[in-house]
Write a protein that binds this ligand. Structure first.
Ligand code: PHE
Length: 355
């Protein structure tokens, strides 16, 4: 082998050696990449050495050329090896930083719970379901209602003073569109599309233009009840409401029916229960009367039944409407109605239901 060829081979060997040392010192992927360009790039050191091949004897070129390729492959292999060990080291470092302490306490996510008015509504509905009533889907009976369903179909004649019993919010949608002042619109809406025998309860929101106080608000909730069948009597109504009071308050409670007036029931009554706080002795909650009013009720006026096309010789019915807030206040001894709407978590957290 000629001295020129020999020299070239020497240069190639030492290049490989140098690459090996330089790569061992490279500490990042970027440094390895820079070395690749320096050693194997188009203008790199291997290319420069290879240019000398054309100066040697033709017979020796293949041998030296092959050796140059071997060196190139060897350097490439060294680069790959260094890259993979650097990646491996980086992964190891990451894993050792990200240790997972399984004994650490978890993040506490507080559980939501049902609103007391929802709980009481469900309780009331459950009691009536137990007596064969079914609950009407809320969206069957709109809160934004026409005068017809809130008053007229319920036997309130136009301009009758009874309409003033419930100070009503009218809307500016149209002069006959209002926010319902009672859930009794459910009676008409339900009877219009169902035939007796009927037994339903309908909970929902109602609105009245009242002075806001600890006992009254501009919005509150009612549950309407309606039963229409053959031979329904006032004593059926009394029996059902007595049973309701017994189940709701958990024990026998003195209950009284007072004569009253509603345009859509005849006869009409209001039902009082003996004050659960003072047992009739008289206290602030019952205004020293010893009794608390919980609902209005009565036999459905034949005019109302006729209005929805029912045969009043065959069918009679009764209806009742109770204030949910009032019942919830009694159930939980809450003195101010406004507690229900201010979303004070300290208040709401106290109601856990029965689950
Ligand atoms: N709708 C009446 C009210 O809000 C209550 C009621 C309902 C009375 C059904 C009789 C029958 O005062």
């Amino acid at each position: 082998m000629s001295p020129v060829s020999h020299d070239l081979k020497e240069q190639l060997s030492s290049l490989q050696h140098e690459a090996e040392e330089a790569l061992a010192k490279a500490l990042s992927l970027k440094e390895v990449e820079d070395l690749r360009i320096d050693f194997l790039g188009r203008k790199g050191r291997l290319t420069t050495i290879k240019r000398g091949v054309k100066d040697i004897a033709e017979s020796e070129r293949p041998l030296v050329g092959a050796f140059a390729n071997e060196v190139s492959d060897a350097i490439e292999a060294l680069i790959q090896k260094r890259l993979s060990s650097l990646k491996h080291e980086a992964l190891e470092a990451q894993i050792s930083q990200e240790t997972l302490d399984v004994t650490m306490p978890g993040t506490f996510l507080p559980m939501g719970q049902l609103h007391p008015l929802t709980l009481v509504t469900e309780e009331i509905v459950n009691i009536f379901q137990g007596m064969g009533f079914s609950a009407i889907d809320d969206n069957v009976c709109p809160e934004v209602e026409t005068e017809y369903y809130n008053f007229e179909a319920l036997n309130f004649p136009p301009d009758h003073p009874a309409r003033d019993m419930q100070d009503t919010f009218y809307t500016n949608v149209a002069s006959n569109v209002l926010l319902r002042s009672q859930t009794s619109n459910a009676q008409i809406r339900y009877m219009e599309c169902h035939q007796p025998p009927l037994r339903v309860v309908a909970p929902g929101r109602v609105y009245r233009n009242e002075e806001v106080s600890s006992r009254k608000g501009v919005m509150f909730h009612q549950i309407e009840g309606l039963l229409v069948d053959e031979k329904t009597t006032f004593s059926d109504l009394k029996g059902i409401l007595h049973e309701f009071v017994r189940l709701f308050f958990g024990k026998e409670r003195p209950t009284r029916f007072r004569n009253s007036f509603f345009p859509f029931t005849e006869p009409s009554a209001e039902v009082d229960v003996q004050c659960i706080l003072c047992n009739g002795a008289g206290c602030r909650t019952c205004g020293h009367h010893g009794w608390l009013e919980i609902l209005g009720a009565g036999m459905v006026d034949p005019n109302v039944l006729k209005g929805v096309g029912l045969d009043t010789d065959r069918y009679t019915g009764f209806a009742f409407g109770m204030g949910i807030e009032r019942l919830a206040m009694l159930q939980y001894s809450i003195r101010d109605l406004r507690m229900f709407y201010t979303n004070d978590a300290r208040f709401l957290r106290q109601f856990r239901g029965t689950d």
